[in-house]
Design a protein around this ligand. Sequence first.
Ligand code: HEM
Length: 448
Amino acid sequence: MQPRRPPLMAGLAPRQTLRFLKDPFALIEEGTRLHGDIFSIRFLGFGTWTFLASPEHVKTMFKAPADVLVAGEANRAQLGFMLGTDATFSLDGEAHRQRQRLVHPPLNGQRQIHPHVPLIGRLTRRMIAAWPTDRALPFLAAAHRLSLEVMIHTLLAASDDTELDALGDLFDRFAGRGLRSPLIAMPYLQWDLGRFSPWGRVMHLRGRVMDAFRQQIRRRCDSPEDFDDVVGRMATTAQKDGSYLTESALLEEVVNLLFAGHETTGTILTWTLECLLAHPEVLQRLLAELDDVLADRPVAAEHLDQLPYLQAVIHEAIRFRPIAPMAGVRLVKEAFAIGDYELAPGSLVVQCFPAMARRPELFARPEHFDPEHFYQRKMQPFTWNPFGGGTRMCIGRGLAELELKVALATLLQQVELTLAQDSVRPVRNGFFFAPNQGLQITWRPRQR
Ligand code: HEM
């Protein structure tokens, strides 16, 4: 008997691919409307993808044996050409477990990440000071730059600001022209025809980024006693078999962390601001909480637990304005059952986060931006997974949430923002979806 496959959306693969590239949210909305919680789409050059939109199915996916639903190989296939193949994101099996043991500890736990609170506040104030007050500018670019700086300063804290700023400039240019290039989602157009061809330019910039970060890493490998920071610790921590990470593995890890950490967080910070500007009553309530807890003081680690509405606002913005059509991708290595269906080996399966985020039994007003969805509420397991799940859950979730809270609180304490564009809608910005025009805003010092 033939295995029962998830329902396949009608339409030829080239057309579905174009639709997905242009507006994946509309395509998956149609998929859930026509087929419910599980459906597949065939893409040109990417095979069949099954989208999961119910907590039970997503739980099955995240709890599946790591050698049956495989993450690293799926990630490598999508991003290996840009991010390499030797980092937590792209490894599988024992190599992944070993690497996770090395990369996870310095980026997680309050003792490790709370000391970064003053840094995030300082970098946010620096962003505000550099922002012109006489004209509108896209907030997205500033937010990406801020998140990038937070990541670079966190990873390489022992280097001085001038060096780190130069690295930020270089990576920012690479991210702008490379990681956010429209070619990034179209592997069939990625032809490196030399430095002056569109893709050749991206690869040239990538080479310069790798060279600059390699120098930083080499210094940490050569004299680790001089560098007490996250990368220094990774360089000097022995793996289970007693060996140390090679210089090239460390380099890939750092570039992966910068990629994974800055576009996601910067885009979410931008959407959160957009949601607040569109909902003045929510902004007023948040300002009241911030004034109550902080008065005029800079945000400190001990304030974080006293700002539940800030946390609810950020979670609601992540829910209401998803930055990607999926959160967590796995390659099916062996036939695997989900619900009444069997996934075919060689296909991909993903958590369809935007559809999960609109389930009416989980969120009382799914089509509205309403922080009450999260305010003082504990979500049930597998109902709220913007950071993926299982053994591949995002390594940077604690740091990302910390950055979002501290940056947003610092910003709102200091400035009043006004939207300077007529309407806002999500558009593709590299891998993620961000506000069109980058969210044009003006700001001025906050009047109290
Ligand atoms: C709000 C911001 C962020 C979001 C929404 C996000 C989301 C995700 C998602 C959905 C995954 C895939 C999980 C899975 O396959 O189940 C992931 C993986 C990952 N993220 Fe994040 N992320 C964010 C910020 C960060 C930051 C700041 C860092 C670095 C400090 C980071 C580092 C990573 C790494 C290394 C992985 C691969 C983990 C593995 O495969 O074992 N992310 N993230």
